[in-house]
Design a protein around this ligand. Structure first.
Ligand code: NGO
Length: 513
């Protein structure tokens, strides 16, 4: 008798939990696993049902929101199978999804937004089109990745009031050591967009490959683009390809930061044009992975004509404010020559209307106003930069390098800086990482993916996921709201999102997937 009772009890518990999974609409918005964690989330205890007939409205006169509305409609179509209609309205509609712009009353910059989910109406009120786009990313995280048949989709009601901690939230892709084509880079851009990142730094040249067409120096790609690490075919972006990437990124509120690494890391250019070498002889193409052996001839005027042409052509194609000049590991450039070179090249960048950015070594030069130093290894250099008034992008190799192995058993990646498990990657604060360098000095964070060992998208995804969402959260969310224990549970919920995106990710056993 007793055992019958117990089994009846067990069966009813199982039935209750089944029914609550399948039919009970979600009502507590604070339970959603948002990444990055928003500034504030409040729940109002009911739910919104997404109908196939739902309409996306945007405020009349705010044409910048049209693209955002289209993006949302396409994203919803992926989930429900039906693309919502898009309509312009003068007044707040009674139901559906409504995108509008508002004054920046809370002083949160043009990336802030308020997402309000009511029982009939979802509204995203943002301080700029970028904020509206981020509101949409948040909304999408309240939805399943795919509707289950005809099951209605319910979203818990409430409000998300959100804005970023840092204005620069980037990732870098090294397309020089191994080339990644336009479609690959677009997919990488999609990853950034999903997590509210706004800068893609493309490492476009190095010893092993020159990857962007320069019309006035065509051999750079003809010769310098013809191979890669390991001796494969390499490749390069035509100027049209590059523009396609710029536009694709721009539609997702992401800027491209182009990098031409100099005066070191230049073998591909030195192999293409003999006149860039001090001895007037072209070098051999290089397909190994050593660093620090090449240099432009810094006391030769041809070099500055070359830099001028390259910076001019790329700047003209780049709407974003930055131009990255590399400057790292110029081990065979004499110190004085290095300083002389960086001093001149900064001015060339400035004359083309771009803000100069470089790896932390550039702080050895006399930095011009507005220069940005990207910290990767040397605290002394970075501090010198800050003392000269430069702003900092934080990319500590020990924390933020996406090419570092997760642990000693990971088959891809390097470990010269560290093994970086998912918790190590997440658990640090840019504003306290270097003594004396605080939030006011920092524009934001960037996680670089160097590709000496990364040859294709599967390998790329394995290194990038699941660390990238953590870097995105460091850039977006206040340190007061971040902690590993909470984060790892939210991250676990994103596993099925990665799977739905076809992402081949590293299933760290630190995360309860
Ligand atoms: C260093 C080096 C790169 C390597 C990378 C590998 C910087 C700024 N320069 O980082 O050339 O590819 O390490 O982790």
């Amino acid at each position: 008798m007793k055992s019958k009772l117990i089994s009846a009890l067990i069966i009813s518990i199982i039935m209750i939990s089944f029914s609550s999974c399948e039919n009970e609409p979600a009502t507590d918005l604070t339970q959603t696993s948002f990444i990055p964690v928003p500034a504030s989330v409040t729940a109002t205890g009911s739910s919104f049902q997404i109908e196939k007939s739902i309409v996306v409205y945007y405020e009349e006169g705010e044409e910048g929101l049209k693209q955002t509305a289209q993006f949302l409609s396409e994203a919803l179509a992926q989930i429900t199978g039906t693309a919502p209609l898009i309509e312009v309205v003068q007044e707040l509609p009674k139901e559906g999804i409504y995108l509008s712009l508002t004054e920046d009353e809370q002083n949160t910059g043009n990336e802030g937004y308020i997402l309000t989910i009511g029982k009939e109406l979802i509204s995203i009120d943002a301080t700029g089109a970028a904020g509206s786009f981020y509101g949409i990313q948040t909304l999408l995280q309240t939805l399943p990745v795919k509707a289950e048949g005809d099951q209605p989709i319910h979203i818990a009601t409430g409000t998300v009031n959100d804005f970023p901690e840092y204005g620069y939230r980037g990732a870098m892709l090294d397309v020089s050591r191994h080339f990644f084509d336009v479609e690959d880079v677009k997919r990488f851009i999609d990853f950034l967009a999903t997590y509210k990142m706004n800068a893609l730094h493309l490492h476009l040249s190095d010893d092993q490959g020159w990857r962007i067409e320069i019309k006035s120096w065509p051999k750079l790609t003809e010769i310098g683009g013809s191979t890669e690490v390991g001796g494969g075919d390499g490749g390069y972006y035509t100027q049209e390809d590059y523009t396609e990437l710029v536009n694709y990124a721009n539609e997702r509120h992401i800027i491209i930061v182009p990098e031409i690494d100099m005066p070191g890391h230049t073998n591909a250019a030195l192999a293409s044009y003999p006149e860039l070498n001090c001895d007037g002889k072209a070098t051999e193409l290089y397909t190994g992975t050593e660093v620090g052996f090449s240099t432009l001839c810094t006391r030769n005027e041809t070099t500055y004509q070359f830099v001028e042409d390259v910076v001019r052509e790329i700047s003209a194609l780049t709407p974003g404010p930055f131009f990255h000049i590399g400057g790292d590991e110029s081990h065979v450039t004499a110190h004085d020559d290095y300083v002389y070179f960086i001093n001149r090249v900064q001015k060339i960048v400035d004359s083309h209307g771009k803000r100069v950015m470089g790896w932390d070594e550039i702080a050895n030069a006399s930095l011009i106003d507005n220069a940005v130093v990207q910290f990767w290894a040397d605290i002394k250099n970075t501090t010198m930069g800050v003392e000269q008034g430069a702003k900092v992008i934080m990319s500590p190799a020990k924390k933020a390098y996406l090419d570092m192995q997760y642990d000693s058993t990971t088959h891809l990646g390097l470990h010269w800086a560290a093994y970086i498990e998912v918790d190590t990657a997440y658990d640090w604060n840019p504003a306290t990482y270097i003594e004396g360098i605080t939030k006011e000095n920092i524009l934001g964070i960037e996680s670089p993916l160097w590709t000496e060992t990364i040859t294709n998208m599967d390998e790329l995804e394995y290194m990038v996921f699941p660390r990238l969402p953590g870097f995105a959260e460091i850039g977006w969310s206040s340190p007061d709201l971040r902690n590993w224990e909470g984060y790892k549970n939210r991250l676990a919920q994103h596993g099925k999102r990665f799977e739905a995106m076809g992402i081949d990710y590293y299933k760290s056993n630190l995360v309860p997937w």
